[in-house]
Design a protein around this ligand. Structure first.
Ligand SMILES: Cc1ncc(C[n+]2csc(CCOP(=O)(O)OP(=O)(O)O)c2C)c(N)n1
Ligand SMILES: [Mg+2]
Length: 580
């Protein structure tokens, strides 16, 4: 029987309260029972007291300056831990601010739960203009994997359990959990409350692939003359690192890591074809995709990128609908990555034939050639710096500190860093993901530091940084070992565009020239450094990584060094009139 919570005033009422619980506590207990011990959010009506109580009960409650950044933090916490990251927001505007991150989590297959307080159902549904009125559940639905609302305290346990299971089982994704203000204060008997909680057993059950699908895949792989393995971020998420490494090494097949799949095997591994990407995509005859989708990042598996020769695809993915999404998949293997890779390994037996040596040699030659061509550019000590000079330094630093987490966003800053900075361990590179989204930088950095305890190096375009820059205060407040390096080229792609009218406004891609982002960090007690040469940059990053002190380095980059949209300028629509 539910009642509205009232403050007991007499001793007798106090005794009675001992046996009562309420919505606030049931939500906290449900999260803790399921090992969800960290919340990323922004306080306000109706969840301020909930945050306070959660902290009092031992949950780590991290307050951000904007919900979108808290949401990105929760999403990457999900990727790094295989448990749903939790983001907590207020109604309507806070909810909407968190929604981009929820959609991002869903698109990238990161498990996340956006918990949002909401206004009174009765008023919202009659559209009578409540404080922060919005039908949040309806708005969240198309942007996430599942959306639930809890109206009664006795359903909190089930609601949280459903949210967890929906987020992590099958293909992971974002889940929305709507908690109306009234729910928090609802009171129920403490014993009954305890019994209503649900500890989710085996939240992401193994999904074993069909034996015939495994055999079919191995038959196709064995027939290949020029095989290739592509490792996506799904492979990194699976935490089946040893099995994946064994599969790749036992097969002897060249592998190509997608951006967040880098480090599953070191980029310096003899089989890594990262530096021969265009060659292997074009020339391969059989391609095995492990947790990688044939979306735009792989040119949909067709067209110029993939060459003219016929291509056969083997795809390992937990989502059956992924198969044949862009091109025919001749050997679909549906299941969780760990189970699929183990089954393939077992099926390969003890004497799996190595791929034809001609293929291996030609891939290695191309790779070595490209690496040799790049090497001198990475060693230049120009001032102002170009991307290669600055990234050459960061490349060495990650080589020396392979357990640091690299966060990366921007256009040139992203595309060039991805190619230049080798990764050595799984799940150490986190970036803009499927959408190429700007704004993940500080949220990711904070969650990476919190969830892993490792030092974080955030390599940020000056534009990219701007989307989440205020969170440097959050980094300083929680004293996190985050070193932010801003590639400051005075703008988006380049700082050299001019306004064709000659008017006073600068061009749309240009920012304040010579801005000193390092001063922002100093405002909150962190360390700020202005670096104008690769040597200065190297010293500053090493000092930051050694001290673990929040640091922001303004790395001055030649405004003319970048190219339009980094490496994806071809995606810009063209005006015929421009060519006149
Ligand atoms: C949310 C979002 N808004 C806008 C964009 C478009 N966009 C792509 S890259 C970029 C910024 C590139 O500039 P910068 O971060 O300074 O990198 P640079 O190329 O200058 O090194 C923008 C705004 C985006 N990808 N995501
Ligand atoms: Mg820039």
């Amino acid at each position: 029987m539910l009642t509205t919570a009232t403050k007991p005033e007499t001793t007798a009422a106090n005794d009675a309260e001992q046996e009562l619980t309420d919505g606030f506590h049931l939500i906290i207990d449900a999260l803790k029972l399921n090992g969800l011990n960290t919340i990323y959010g922004v306080p306000g009506i109706p969840i301020t007291d909930f945050g306070r109580m959660a902290q009092a009960e031992g949950i780590r409650v991290l307050s951000f300056r904007h919900e979108q950044n808290a949401g990105y933090a929760a999403s990457i916490a999900g990727f790094l831990t295989k448990k749903p990251g939790v983001c907590l927001t207020v109604s309507a505007p806070g909810f909407l601010n968190g929604l981009t991150a929820l959609a991002h989590a869903t698109t990238n297959c990161f498990p996340m739960i956006l918990i949002s307080g909401s206004s009174e159902r009765e008023i919202v549904d009659l559209q009578q203009g409540d404080y922060e009125e919005m039908d949040q559940l309806a708005i969240a639905k198309p942007l996430c994997k599942a959306a639930f609302r809890v109206l009664h305290a006795q359903d909190i346990g089930i609601g949280v359990a459903r949210a967890i299971r929906a987020a992590v089982s099958g293909r992971p994704g974002g889940v929305y959990l709507d908690l109306p203000a009234k729910l928090f204060g609802q009171v129920m008997n403490a014993d009954a409350g305890k019994k209503s909680l649900v500890k989710v057993i085996d939240a992401a059950p193994a999904q074993i692939p069909a034996p015939e699908s495994v055999k079919r895949a191995l038959d196709v792989l064995k027939s290949a003359k020029k095989p290739l393995i592509i490792l996506g971020k799904g492979a990194a998420y699976a935490q089946a690192d040893d099995a994946i490494r064994s599969l790749v090494e036992k097969s002897g097949i060249p592998f190509l890591p997608m951006s967040m799949g880098k480090g599953l095997l070191p980029d310096t591994h003899p089989q890594c074809a990262g530096a021969a990407r265009s060659t292997v995509l074009k020339d391969s005859d059989v391609v095995m995709l492990i947790g990688a989708r044939l979306n735009w990042l792989l040119s949909h598996g067709k067209g110029k990128t993939w060459g003219d020769a016929p291509k056969k695809f083997i795809q390992i993915d937990i989502e059956p609908k992924e198969m044949d999404s862009n091109v025919e998949i001749v050997a679909p293997v549906v299941g969780d990555i760990g189970s699929c890779v183990s089954a393939l390994l077992q099926g390969m037996g003890g004497n799996w034939p190595a791929p034809p040596p001609d293929w291996i040699k030609s891939v290695q030659a191309k790779r070595d050639d490209n690496i040799a061509k790049m090497a001198p550019r990475l060693m230049n000590n120009n001032s102002p710096m170009d991307y290669h000079g600055a990234l050459g330094v960061l490349r060495t630093i990650i080589k020396e500190r392979p357990d640091a987490i690299l966060v990366n966003e921007g256009a040139n800053t992203l595309d060039l860093a991805r190619g230049i900075i080798d990764m050595y361990q799984p799940r150490k590179r986190i970036d803009v993901g499927t959408w190429g989204i700007m704004g993940i930088g500080m949220g990711y950095s904070i969650a990476a530091a919190i969830e892993t305890g490792k030092p974080v190096l955030a390599v940020e375009g000056d534009s990219a940084f701007g989307f989440s820059g205020m969170e440097v205060e959050t980094i300083c407040r929680y004293k996190l070992p985050v070193c932010v390096v801003i590639f400051n080229n005075d703008g988006i792609y380049r700082g050299t565009d001019v306004n064709p009218t000659g008017g006073a406004d600068v061009a749309p891609t240009v920012f304040v020239k010579g801005a000193r982002y390092d001063k922002m960090m100093e405002a909150f007690g962190g360390a700020g450094v202005n670096a104008t040469t690769p040597d200065e940059l190297k010293r500053a990053v090493n000092a930051a990584m050694d001290s673990g002190k929040p640091t922001l380095i303004n790395a001055v980059i030649d405004p003319a060094a970048g190219s339009e949209s980094g490496r994806i300028g071809n995606l810009n629509p063209q005006s015929v009139l421009k060519k006149k």
